[in-house]
Write a protein that binds this ligand. Structure first.
Ligand code: SER
Length: 539
């Protein structure tokens, strides 16, 4: 059974039960507490917490693309080395906003898994939160109580991030068989791959605030998440997601590029490239760009990790972009924008690859030299933080890439001295700073927000607009009446056609005219606390 069938079956099943089908929301959420959309519930979080009214119908379903590469849920370092971790995956979910609760959520999940997907009851197991008697009672109507396991907060309490909606949960597992998995952790409740979790039912009851306190949600709700890639692999009889029809075409592409044959046991690099190409394709197609910080830096780290694995396979020139092209073709039927953006996305990827290929050779030489020293002279020691910093600063190796390379050799980095180098460099950069928007203090723009509210963005309809200047700040963020010629500052317009960078595409540049005279250049535009603010230079 292919992914499109499982996805369609899921959405049809819940639509048939009265749920409204929602499209996948963007991977970059409008939420500064989250790096990426990391679960299907993210697009509904404000409904759960009561910040926006409950829609009609009050039950929903979606197939949501998620990224877990940074932030609270981060799977990046496991990818390639396990059968089931991905940076990007699709989560199938059903949601109830105060409509049904545990009883129906459990009954629906059981019916879908056993009757629609056809899993044999003899391979199914469930976990519940150790305190959840109600869930135990409800599950015991469907499954032998010997197959219900109580677990603690670590496994059976789910939360979106450090703050946000959360609650106890119950997970459904499929036993893939002792004949294939017999490691020490391959018991029900262990960390092995034999018992594979396919579906998490969260009984949303609380919201966690910044201080860590739990406050009850307005209405007990339901948020479930089933991993599409896992289910497709199981239904295709594969023991690794990477062996399924979702990933094998990408791995075949890597085989074609490297002219090497993929062998599961030694094929981690093939899997890393296949996985990471999917994240790169989706993030670029959705407008996230490679950057020195924030989401764009996560994207860069993902791509550089893939490049380094290609380097291990002997590749010395850009190649990930070809796998990215393959992702766009394979997934474009459902995600049309992948096909529409395919050429641009491949070009962006190739250009970024070229940049890293310029320095990777020298960086690898430096890394290997230091590693040899470590092996010969200093067993049980840490890899020098200064060298890790040089790898980062001069050769573009993100710290986690260096850590990744060391882990394979059983070493770690001296992170403290890395941080000291980083801090020293930042202080130096600050001392040299002549007034870019990057060092803006929180309070400055928050004051403007409370005074004027959010300004209007009209850039989707037009590239020029008549605007009023609401506030002008100099380079030191002091409110001023005017800015002298050639000096820089910041401007808040009541309505602006300039698109702001906020973790996604770059901010717009342009000019400011008054009575047909150019009075300032717009150097950049960013979003600060919801305000579209442009950096200007008076002319
Ligand atoms: N939010 C839960 C999870 O991500 C269920 O959807 O596992």
């Amino acid at each position: 059974m292919k992914e499109k069938d499982v996805r369609a079956l899921f959405l049809e099943y819940f639509a048939g039960k009265g749920h409204k089908v929602y499209d996948s929301m963007p991977l970059v959420p409008d939420d500064p507490t989250l790096l990426f959309t990391n679960a299907g519930m993210v697009q509904f979080k404000d409904i759960f917490t009561g910040r926006i009214p409950i829609p009609s119908p009050n039950i929903a379903t979606s197939a949501q693309t998620c990224i877990r590469a940074g932030g609270k849920h981060n799977d990046l370092e496991n990818v390639g080395y396990t059968a089931r971790h991905h940076t990007l995956f699709e989560m199938l979910g059903n949601f109830s906003f105060g409509a049904y609760f545990k009883k129906e959520a459990i009954a629906y999940a059981w019916e879908f898994v056993t009757e629609v997907l056809g899993f044999d009851k003899s391979v199914l197991y469930v976990t519940i939160h150790e305190s959840d008697e109600e869930a135990f009672e409800l599950w015991s109507k469907h499954i032998d109580t010997a197959r219900i396991k109580r677990m603690g907060n670590k496994d059976n309490f789910w939360q979106m991030g450090d703050v946000g909606p959360c609650g106890p949960c119950s997970e459904i597992f499929v036993d893939q068989g002792a004949e294939f998995f017999n490691g020490p952790e391959d018991y029900f409740g262990g960390d092995g791959d034999r018992f594979l979790e396919i579906w998490n039912l969260v009984f949303m009851q609380f919201e966690r605030d910044k201080e860590g306190n739990l406050k009850p949600l307005p209405k007990p709700s339901i948020d479930t998440g089933m991993g599409l890639e896992r289910v497709v692999a199981l239904l295709e009889g594969k023991h690794s997601n990477f062996d399924s029809s979702l990933f094998m075409p990408l791995i075949a592409k890597v085989e074609e590029i490297t002219r090497q044959t993929y062998i599961y046991e030694s094929g981690a690099s093939f899997r890393v490239i296949a996985d990471h190409a999917r994240s790169v394709a989706f993030l670029l197609a959705q407008g996230v760009n490679f950057d020195k910080e924030g989401r764009g830096y996560v994207l860069r780290r993902i791509l550089r990790r893939a490049i380094r694995h290609g380097y291990l396979l002997g590749l010395r020139e850009p190649f990930v972009y070809q796998v990215v092209g393959c992702v766009c073709e394979n997934m474009g039927a459902h995600y049309r924008y992948l096909l529409e953006k395919q050429q641009v996305v491949m070009q962006q990827c190739k250009a970024e690859e070229l940049r890293f290929f310029e320095t990777i050779e020298n960086g690898m030489n430096l890394f290997n030299k230091e590693l040899e020293k470590l092996k010969d002279e200093k067993p049980n020691q840490l890899f020098s933080g200064e060298v890790a910093f040089k790898l980062y600063d001069t050769y573009g190796f993100p710290l986690d890439l260096t850590q990744d390379m060391l882990r394979e050799n059983g070493f770690g980095v001296d992170v403290d001295s890395f941080e000291i180098c980083m801090k020293a460099q930042k202080e130096q950069a600050k001392a040299n700073w002549k007034g870019s928007g990057d060092s803006v203090k929180e309070g400055d723009f928050k004051l403007l927000l409370s005074e004027f509210g959010v300004n209007e963005f009209v850039g989707y309809e037009k590239t020029e607009a008549q605007s009023r200047i609401l506030a002008l700040l100099d380079a030191n963020l002091q409110r001023v009446e005017s800015i002298k010629k050639d000096e820089m500052g910041f401007i808040l317009l009541d309505r602006t056609p300039f698109y702001p960078e906020s973790g996604g595409p770059v901010g717009d540049k342009g000019v400011l005219m008054h009575n047909n005279d150019k009075i300032a250049e717009i150097l950049d535009t960013k979003k600060y606390f919801g305000l579209n603010i442009s950096q200007v230079k008076a002319v």
